[in-house]
Each structure stands twice: as C-alpha cells, then as structure tokens.
Design a protein around this ligand. Sequence first.
Ligand SMILES: *Cc1c(COP(=O)(O)O)cnc(C)c1O
Length: 301
Amino acid sequence: MNPAKSTERGSIPVTRITLGGAPVDVLRLDLAHPVMPGNKYYKLKYNLEEARKQGFDTLLSFGGAFSNHIHALAAAGREEGFHTIGVIRGEAHTENPTLTFARSCGMHLLHISREKYAQKHKAEFLADLEKQFGRFYLIPEGGSNALAIKGCSEILFGIGNNYDSIFCPVGTGSTLAGLVATPGLCAKIFGIAVLQDMEIPDRIAALLQEFPAAHRCNYEVSFDYVFGGFARKHPVPAACARKLLADHDLRSDPVYSAKMFAGAEDMLRCGKANRHGRSLAIHTGGLQGIAGWELRYGKWL
Ligand SMILES: *Cc1c(COP(=O)(O)O)cnc(C)c1O
C-alpha cells in the first residue's frame, strides 16, 4: 500500500469576529480540508498511522446516522487507502446525506439496533464482527482514544500561545484533552459541553493521565451551555449562529459550534472569561451534520 497523503493540513485560516463585545479569532478547522474538515481528522491521524504500522488494511468504527466521525472516517479511508466499515446505530430505513457520502467513499455500512449498539464494545460482539469482516483496526465511537488526543494536541501548534483564552466545544472531551496537552501551552482553555454528561470531566482527567503533567495547561468544562441536550433545537445558539452568518459570513453547525460560540459570547460578555485578553474560538467543523439536523427540525439558518 502506498498511501497518497492528501489528508495533510497546511496552515489553518483564522477569521477575526466580535463576540460578546470582544474581539475573537476563530480557528477555521471547518475550512482545513475540502473533504475532511474539522477536529475529527486530528482524532484519526495517529490511529491511521498505527493501523498501517500494525499491517491493517481495514478500519471499523461506530456512530449515529449523522455522525461527523463516520463521515470523516469514510473520507480518511478513501484518501489514505483503507477499507472502512461503519457500524451505524439504528435500522437502515433512513438514508441520509452523511451515510450517502460515507457509502460514496466506499465505506461498508452495517446498521444495528439500538439494543445491539449498546453492546458494541463487548468481546462477543467484536468477535462476531471479525467473523463477518475479517481482521480490522477498531476505532472507538467518536474516535476517542489516546492516539486521538495525541492528534488533537497538534491543533494549536504554532498559534496557541498567541492567546489567553481558548474556547472549544466538548462532546467526549478528547479534543479538549488534546488541546490541554499541547506542549508548552500557557493559555486557559474553556470547554463548552454540548450534552449533559457529568462524567465528562472525570473522563478528561483520566485521558490526561497519559500525558506529562508539565504539558497540561489550565482548563475548565462548562455545562451552562448545553441548551436542552445533544443535537436539540434551541433559540439561543440559533440566534448566535444567525448573527455570525450575517455579520461575518461565518457558518456554524447546530450541534457543536453554535453552542460553543453562544457559550464563548456569554462568558466574554459577563466576564467569566477575560474580555480584555486575546481570545481564540476553535471552529471544529461539523457542517456536514446540518443536513441531518434539518431533516428533524427544519431549516437551521
Ligand atoms: C466530534 C465533534 C466535537 C467534539 O469532540 P470531542 O473530542 O468528542 O469532544 C466538536 N465539534 C465537532 C464539529 C465534532 O464533530
């Protein structure tokens, strides 16, 4: 296998916006790559390297029907010459843009029931998958493992120390853990949780155990901007997203980035974050998920 490395990133664009009355730079991971934008590339990068090192030619992972992770994995597999298998929560009756794209990249999709999906990390279930598909490199749901964190610790390379406060959305927390583990970073990182899972802070702390303490900067995770739960519709992030689009031609997604921007705006406005410092918000991408969200809730922006 001689992989074409078309997944590499050059320098990432930064857009200056105004948020909560303060100037904020936005790191545009949403623009970082034509078919594999966002944070998920960083989560996959060292997993792909490890898979190749171990001689795997097939990657398997799990996700929901609109998953950014499944979308990125399918694209990465195509770009880097791996077969990919996506085990999807829920039955096959819903064809949607995310899965259509994944299939167009050559990903094999296996739909399983929610009950079965809950068992997905059990040895027995994985053995069944191996019987069906042969040997594969397993990437956990959301792409979250130690190699993912190593990849995410590169997001801020070269720019992190231009800022005092850095904002990012938190799902599993591994992107945040990676930012916190950026070598030599002195900024404070504000993670904005997009779902009400109070185990997230412990999970982040556990993930960070693998990194030297000297490499961990100050951070906190806020649950004040969950806005009703994962992927729910809520007027506050929607209004923030509309304003960003109108004022700065900046598109955000309803699941992650709009909540992050709404949270950063509030923290800067009320002084929870230093409005006189230098601030960076990380746009982690996720725009591919808008189409799926709109199938449920109607027009986003
Ligand atoms: C997955 C995802 C996140 C959350 O990343 P975690 O590492 O799970 O916290 C944030 N933004 C976007 C667009 C994502 O797809």
